[in-house]
Design a protein around this ligand. Structure first.
Ligand code: NAG
Ligand code: NAG
Ligand code: NAG
Ligand code: NAG
Ligand code: NAG
Length: 436
């Protein structure tokens, strides 16, 4: 016990020293200096190594205690840490599995991403392609010009379009109007069709009536034919029946058929056929045989009826001849023969007969021509050395020419008996002589 006491006292002393010695350096130094001052330089110098030693031990002691404490703390810490680590480990395992899951997810996402990437690449290449195409399309100045022209055209076209629209509207309205008109016409057509049907019915009725009428007409025609025949038969053979109605008439004679004549009722009573006329016309009488045969001229001026018709008439019955003449001084005379007849063509239309002469003229000048054939410029039947028709430019019953020639040229050769009695008008008329 005592020892312990002593030790404890000692220890306290040491501890005190220790505490002083182990105070902070300044304190230490201060304390040391205090101690040195208190203890004096001699004391201090002897005690100092021991103090240093205590100090060192104390430090080490403190350090080991501290360390022990630290160690236990560390231990408990370590334990904690261990538990923590265990926990962490569990956590880590959990996390690891989670991480696996995530990893899988990430993998699948990555795959998707890859796909997307591929798609994106594809799109990018497409875009690149488009870009190239677009670059290829980069407009140059020509294109711009073209574009401008197009624009102008477009303006013109749009104007045209406007015009077109207006026209279209007009057309439309006219089409509508036409439609209306068409329906109007349709109504009319229907009406017309109905009317047509009515008319058809009427037509049928008319047709049957017409057929009946046709029968009637046939009967009628028969009557008309009979009448016509009678009329034909009633056409006269001279101007006698037209005595009160002179002028241009038709007569009929055997061999010549029906032909037109000029009838006269003024010069010598009714019923005369004018066979020759000179009234100052300019008709040429210098004609060939065929023309004299057929006749020529016009009834209102100078004319010759025609040898064939004269032949047919004068041979159908007995005819008288009336020769009318007007001298240049205006005096009218006549010569009249009661049996006028000429032969047929084969005998040269010979002036076969004149009959008995009567007249106001002083000479029977026509007698010279009796029994003379007719002579024309192309048929010389006269007794002269040359052709009298040619010499006197006229067809006539020439002998050694004539005493009177009603067909002669107006002038010195147109006379009644020699050149002393020149004429301006001459006519020859015939009429059946049984009336006399
Ligand atoms: C024509 O006119 C009719 C009636 O007014 C209308 O319905 C139609 O749209 C017109 N058409 C045009 C091309 O204008
Ligand atoms: C429609 O008919 C009327 C009278 O009949 C006529 O004046 C008009 O011109 C017609 N319109 C057309 C487009 O034919
Ligand atoms: C039909 O025709 C008749 C006879 O021609 C006429 O009187 C009538 O007005 C017409 N009707 C129409 C709708 O045209
Ligand atoms: C007769 O005169 C008319 C006109 O006066 C003339 O046309 C015609 O040719 C003449 N005829 C002859 C035959 O000279
Ligand atoms: C007219 O002339 C004819 C023939 O020359 C003659 O016979 C007649 O006496 C004349 N008449 C008159 C009135 O001079």
């Amino acid at each position: 016990m005592v020892g312990r006491m002593e030790k404890a006292i000692f220890l306290v002393l040491i501890l005190e020293i220790f505490f002083v010695a182990t105070a902070t350096t300044e304190e230490t130094c201060k304390s040391e200096r205090e101690i040195e001052e208190q203890c004096g330089p001699h004391t201090y110098k002897t005690v100092k190594p021991m103090l240093d030693y205590f100090r060192q031990i104390r430090n080490e002691l403190e350090l080991s205690e501290f360390k022990e404490k630290q160690l236990s703390e560390l231990n408990s810490n370590l334990m904690d840490k261990y538990h923590e680590i265990v926990k962490l480990h569990e956590k880590v395992i959990k996390e690891a599995s989670l991480i696996d899951q995530y990893k899988n997810q990430i993998q699948s996402k990555e795959n998707e991403l890859q796909l997307y990437k591929e798609k994106v690449d594809k799109l990018e290449s497409d875009i690149e392609l488009q870009k190239n195409t677009i670059n290829g399309l980069t407009p140059n100045s020509k294109l711009f010009e073209h574009f401008d022209k197009c624009k102008e055209k477009l303006v013109v076209e749009s104007k045209n379009l406007e015009i077109c629209e207006v026209q279209l509207k007009k057309l439309n309205s006219s089409v509508i109007e036409k439609d209306e008109n068409i329906s109007g016409y349709n109504a009319k057509i229907q009406n017309v069709t109905e009317n047509l049907k009515k008319i058809e019915v009427q037509f049928d009725e008319s047709q049957t009536k017409l057929k009946n009428k046709e029968k009637d007409q046939q009967v009628c025609q028969g009557e008309v034919d009979k009448l016509n025949e009678a009329l034909q038969n009633s056409i006269p053979s001279s101007c006698v029946p037209f005595g009160q109605y002179p002028g241009y008439r038709e007569i009929k004679v055997l061999g010549s058929g029906i032909f037109s004549v000029l009838c006269d009722s003024q010069l010598a009573g009714p019923g005369w056929i004018v066979i020759q006329q000179r009234v100052g016309g300019n008709e040429s009488f210098d004609r060939d045989w065929a023309t004299y045969r057929k006749g020529f001229g016009s009834f209102d001026k100078d004319f010759f009826l025609g040898l064939e018709n004269i032949y047919r008439l004068t041979n159908s019955q007995r005819y008288e001849l009336y020769m009318h003449l007007v001298f240049l001084n205006g005096t009218s005379k006549y010569a009249r023969y009661d049996d006028f007849k000429i032969s047929d063509e084969s005998q040269g239309y010979v002036l076969r007969s004149l009959g008995e002469f009567k007249g106001s003229v002083n000479v029977d000048a026509m007698r010279y021509s009796q029994n003379r054939k007719f002579t024309t410029l192309d048929r010389d039947n006269d007794v002269a050395s040359s052709n009298c028709a040619v010499a006197y430019k006229s067809g006539w019953w020439h002998g050694d020419c004539f005493n009177s020639n009603f067909n002669a040229l107006y002038g010195i050769d147109f006379f009644w008996y020699r050149k002393f009695n020149p004429l301006k008008v001459a006519k020859m008329l015939i009429r059946p002589n049984k009336l006399i």
